[in-house]
Design a protein around this ligand. Structure first.
Ligand SMILES: C[S@@+](CC[C@H](N)C(=O)[O-])C[C@H]1O[C@@H](n2cnc3c(N)ncnc32)[C@H](O)[C@@H]1O
Length: 280
């Protein structure tokens, strides 16, 4: 087993409390339900979730992967740091006639016994836990020997990876030891995290076409009101209109660079799906 870096427990609790507050900002359920609803089913299909599987969706938010897994007949828990998202998740599950248990939990210290699940999934979720090896060790620990792991993450060079790079100069410096989320979209990084505890690793890059916005500016204004990490950066520099205007320009430029639409904006958001089997 790979060693994870030690962190002061009080500092870690404070960091996780800040992350929880950040993901509760804005309207993340709108992002999940309006923009990226295809990602959960894509991950469930790639991982081959079957009826009767015991499935854990880590950093599952409103159940983007958990709901399609439950509809495939699995017995599913969606675990997340931010229980403020669970009411929308329960509504989403009920709307689809799916039964999902929503439970609070930190991906870096999952509240489940070793080997509890046949399948452990995370859809643009575990990538936001700051200590990558610690989180990867937890995914592996709660998966039974011979079970499957399926991870879907934004790539570092795709739209959302670039979004985080664009926001970085405007954000407070990350705490020591915290790693950038889009690294989970780098195949070599994830292979390194999972190490020799897995076999049958399959990686595929795909893109999600985001077509809901007429212009790059319309995307930016929507994103500034719904997406916690972006809202948090704008709050950090509130009171500095020049910085706000500069980030506005940078976000618009980002969307212009990725826009392949004609007449209306079409943004391609690249992600990586990695599936693997835990050594038996
Ligand atoms: C982009 S959202 C993805 C949610 C969901 N999987 C989806 O596909 O819509 C990221 C999620 O990671 C959760 N998260 C962030 N840090 C976490 C941590 N340390 N442990 C568990 N969940 C975490 C957030 O609360 C949020 O729900």
């Amino acid at each position: 087993m790979t060693q994870s870096t030690a962190t002061d427990p009080a500092a870690d609790r404070a960091l996780k409390a800040r992350h929880r507050a950040m993901w509760a900002l804005g309207d993340y359920p709108a992002v999940a339900i309006d923009l990226i609803p295809d990602l959960g089913p894509a991950l469930v299909a790639a991982t081959g979730v079957r009826a009767g599987d015991r499935v854990l969706d880590v950093a599952g938010g409103t159940g983007n992967a958990a709901v399609p897994a439950a509809l495939a007949g699995a017995d599913v828990i969606a675990s997340d740091l931010t229980p403020e998202l669970f009411p929308a998740g329960r509504e989403f599950a009920a709307r689809h006639g799916a039964t999902v248990a929503f439970e609070e939990g930190d991906a870096e210290a999952l509240p489940y016994a070793d080997g509890s699940f046949d399948v452990v999934l995370s859809c643009v979720g575990v990538m936001f836990a700051p200590h990558h090896q610690r989180a990867a060790d937890e995914l592996l620990r709660v998966c039974r020997p011979g079970g499957r792991i399926g991870l879907l993450s934004w790539t570092p060079t795709g739209f959302v990876g670039e979004l985080f790079r664009t926001m970085k100069p405007y954000a407070p410096p990350p705490p020591p030891g915290a790693q950038p989320p889009p690294l989970w979209g780098d195949e070599d990084h994830v292979r390194g995290l999972l190490g020799d505890q897995v076999t049958d690793v399959v990686a595929q890059r795909q893109t999600l076409g985001v077509e809901q916005f007429p212009t790059p500016e319309a995307w930016r204004e929507y994103w500034k009101t719904v997406y916690g990490p972006t809202i948090a950066v704008y709050r950090h520099m509130a009171g500095d209109p020049e910085e706000v205007a500069a980030l506005d320009r940078d976000l618009t430029d980002l969307a212009v660079r990725y826009d392949r639409g004609t007449g209306s904006t079409v943004l391609d958001w690249e992600y990586l799906i990695i599936t693997a089997r835990k050594q038996g």
